[in-house]
Write a protein that binds this ligand. Structure first.
Ligand SMILES: [Fe+2]
Length: 318
């Protein structure tokens, strides 16, 4: 496989696992194309053409130094210049894959957050409320990433001649779908937070993270409390949504939010709304999605070297 084929596979897998369904993604791409066609020539020149076929602004090929058959991949949660130097030191790396976005993929991270509105809507939050509360938060994220040194790692990859891509929401979708299926098989009226923790701790990535003290934890609620309806609203779709949503989620009948991470502000709002919050863990949850994607590369004979926080668990190797 070449870099472009690996990227295409990531997109296809991400779309297949997308909570909006393939039809929902197709509708979004169709609407983007209609909007693009109405732009002026000047606006079209700045437009990210890739976004007409790729629904995930935070998943991109960032550098192709050599278009060759990929035999060995260095994959990590955050790729920075240190990891590019690591690849050089290793000597035989054909492609570097980062989970977290950089370059244009980081600058446009906020665009994938619209996914959260649809997911909230699926859990019963009216779409007008989800969109109304998410909009200021999406704008805040856009401003927040604007000043970052977006090209730093890409510049290093260019100088040292490495192929580089990032794959964020495409693989977060895989983790979200994987966890949703596990949780929904078990979620019932009697399920308590301690049962949810045990369920999470049966997953190898969380067993590994627990060994270094960042296993699944209850951030709001206590082990004896019932979960009620468990919502996976925060596992994919860029980054944390609006803190004002917890009250609306409670009104929509959600009892427990299962997420990757939670800020103090969000935690306070969840407490106020009597919503339990179970945090599965950040690097570990990111790893689940990345692993499910890397397994497909492994099946094609590509060797994987995990780095930078990636807890590599292969589900294809015995
Ligand atoms: Fe992440």
């Amino acid at each position: 496989m070449r870099t472009q084929e690996i990227y295409n596979l990531a997109l296809q897998m991400g779309i297949d696992a997308d909570f909006r369904g393939r039809e929902g993604v197709d509708r979004l791409l169709k609407r983007r194309k209609e909007k693009y066609e109405k732009l002026s020539e000047e606006e079209k020149a700045e437009f990210d053409l890739e976004s007409l076929t790729n629904p995930y602004s935070d998943t991109r090929i960032l550098n192709v130094a050599q278009d060759k058959e990929i035999k060995k991949v260095l994959a990590g949660i955050d790729i920075e210049p240190a990891e590019i130097l690591l690849a050089k030191e290793l000597g035989d790396i054909d492609l570097i894959i980062s989970h977290h976005p950089m370059g244009r993929a980081l600058a446009n991270l906020h665009e994938v957050m619209e996914l959260q509105c649809d997911v909230l809507n699926q859990y019963g939050v009216p779409i007008n409320i989800a969109e109304g509360l998410m909009r200021p938060r999406i704008d805040e994220v856009a401003r927040g990433v604007n000043a970052r040194n977006h090209q730093r790692t890409i510049d290093t990859a260019k100088i040292l001649g490495f192929n580089l891509m990032c794959c964020h929401t495409a693989t977060d979708n895989l983790a979200a779908k994987f966890l949703k299926e596990k949780v929904e098989q078990k979620n019932g009226e009697l399920m308590r937070l301690e049962d949810l923790l045990s369920l999470l701790k049966s997953i190898p990535e969380y067993q590994e993270s627990a060994k270094v003290s960042v296993g699944p934890k209850i951030f709001v609620g206590d082990p004896e409390r019932r979960c009620g309806k468990i919502a996976l609203t925060e596992l994919t779709g860029g980054t944390e949504g609006s803190p004002k949503l917890y009250e609306k989620m409670a009104q929509a009948g959600i009892g427990t939010v299962l997420g990757m991470h939670v800020s103090e502000e969000h935690k306070k709002e969840a407490e106020q709304a009597n919503i339990n919050v179970v945090i599965a863990g950040h690097m570990s949850s990111d790893s689940i999605g990345v692993n499910l994607f890397l397994d497909e590369l492994e099946k094609k004979g590509i060797e994987i070297v995990p780095c930078s926080g990636l807890i590599r668990v292969s589900r294809v190797r015995p």
